[in-house]
Design a protein. Structure first.
Length: 128
């Protein structure tokens, strides 16, 4: 499983802004897992061992039978997920650090795609 990390220059490890958690952007990680169920250990190492504040996951292949507590057993993230009810494939999820206030936005789009919209308020900045 490979994570594509995205962050601002101000959020680099050498930056004092990262330590104070005041950088202007979220540090995020995007990956396509092609089934979380058979990769729990590797996934947990990534989310608990890194410095990202937001994880965007595609192809989760999850269903309603999988409790969100399995995704984040330590409860460090707010989890918003959209499982594809018509197929065992597909599905998306976002894990957002609990230090941020998060609201899920329900958008009625009739496309046959997995979609997830998240609005986070970060102190005096806005990210979508």
């Amino acid at each position: 499983m490979h994570c594509s990390e995205y962050t601002s220059p101000a959020a680099s490890a050498a930056s004092p802004y990262k330590q104070a958690n005041t950088h202007p952007f979220l540090s995020c990680c995007l990956f396509n897992v092609q089934s979380l169920v058979n990769k729990w250990d590797e996934f947990h190492r990534l989310i608990y061992g890194g410095s990202s504040e937001l994880f965007l996951v595609s192809e989760t292949w999850l269903s309603d039978d999988v409790n969100s507590g399995l995704i984040d057993p330590l409860s460090q993230y707010t989890i918003i997920r959209k499982d594809r009810g018509t197929s065992r494939y597909g599905g998306v999820a976002a894990l957002i650090s609990r230090q941020f206030d998060v609201s899920e936005i329900d958008v009625d789009v009739s496309f046959r795609i997995s979609k997830l919209f998240v609005l986070t308020f970060l102190a005096n900045r806005l990210s979508i």
